[in-house]
Write a protein of this length. Structure first.
Length: 355
């Protein structure tokens, strides 16, 4: 009787142990499911129609300083209209001021640099999406920013790492936008976000652009004469083949090893090369349909890419030559027009000395 009781107790103990193991496994599976669910929230679906106010902090590693500014962004992509304005507080960095207006409904775009010079160009087709890059972004998890939790999505492509932060309560509304690039790191904090249709006044042609543009703007780099496009592309291929790294402090063939130094080299300008802020001094805006090898897609405050020709018949993608960032360097690859992101900033330009 005692032996039977002991046996029963032993069996009962084994059953209880197995039951506990099963419960433990189920709990672990449930916990893993919760973690997986938390690690993969719904991808943000940011509207292409909005108007927003924001603050921006720009870290300039080379200068070891941070500058501050404010701006407005209004978009009505279905109607082909987009307006972006940034005003920097520091007088010494007013060249970062920019007003950009896309009016695809008028087949025009306008860009005012430092509240002075207006660049006007013809546009065709449909206005590019502003937030399409988010569809290719990777979920980076939760991150605390200014003491609050956000879901963070990032895309590392081209010259920068693009990151958007959203809350769990408003996953389709950007709270922060980070643009981490070699030359500067920008943090945009949205102060307001409204998805109503923007008022017409946002899309008024800037007064600086309403005047007839001075044809004398096509000044040439006096160090050189006419430069053949075939020669430009031959020069560009050398850096790609030699995998010249990105290094703003370095020089290759006498030119800076960065995006604007690379284009300056291909164009054959004076050394060590122009910057994205000064490149418009030796180039002029052109229409998308006029792009040909040796032209560029220029975002004056960010980056410049050498155009190598269309990769698709519908002109939605092109062959880009660019100096991107440390670790990647000079590359040649197919790129969506006008770029992976910052689509309202990149505009087609042509070197004044091209032939």
């Amino acid at each position: 009787r005692t032996l039977l009781t002991n046996k029963e107790e032993e069996n009962n103990g084994s059953k209880m142990a197995r039951t506990l193991i099963v419960f433990a496994l189920l709990a672990a599976c449930f916990a893993a499911a919760v973690v997986m669910t938390a690690a993969a929230p719904a991808r943000p679906k940011i509207t292409e129609m909005f108007y927003a106010g924001f603050e921006v902090d720009i870290i300039l590693p080379k200068e070891k300083r941070t500058i501050h500014g404010r701006g407005v962004w209004a978009a009505d992509q279905p109607e082909g209209r987009n307006y972006e304005m940034v005003n920097i507080d520091e007088e010494s960095h007013k060249h970062y001021n920019v007003r950009s207006l896309l009016r695809f409904d008028l087949h025009k775009s306008y860009e005012v640099l430092n509240n002075k010079t207006c660049h006007e160009r013809d546009e065709s087709g449909e206005m590019p999406s502003l937030w399409a890059w988010v569809a290719s972004a990777d979920y980076e998890g939760n991150r605390t920013i200014d003491g609050k939790w956000y879901d963070v999505w990032s895309l590392r492509k081209g010259y920068a790492n693009m990151t958007v932060a959203v809350t769990a309560q408003t996953p389709d509304e950007p709270a922060y936008l980070f643009v981490d690039a070699p030359e500067k790191n920008s943090t945009v904090r949205f102060l307001s976000w409204n998805t109503d249709k923007p008022v017409e006044s946002f899309f008024t042609v800037p007064k600086e652009c309403a005047r007839q543009q001075d044809s004398a703007v096509v000044a040439q780099d006096t160090s050189l004469g006419c430069v053949a496009r075939s020669l430009m592309m031959q020069r560009a291929a050398v850096w790609v083949n030699n995998r010249v790294p990105y290094n703003q402090q370095g020089h290759y063939q006498g030119y800076r090893e960065d995006c604007s130094g690379y284009v300056s080299m291909a164009w054959g300008t004076s050394k060590p090369g122009y910057t994205t802020f000064t490149m418009h001094e030796i180039a002029h805006p052109i229409a998308k349909n006029s792009l040909t090898a040796g032209d560029v897609l220029l975002c004056a405050s960010e980056h410049v890419v050498l155009f190598g020709g269309w990769a698709t018949s519908d002109k939605s993608h092109y062959v880009a030559f660019e100096e991107t960032r440390p670790g990647e360097g000079t590359v040649k690859r197919v790129t969506p027009y006008p770029y992976w992101y910052n689509t309202g900033c990149f505009k087609p330009y042509r070197y004044n000395s091209a032939c």
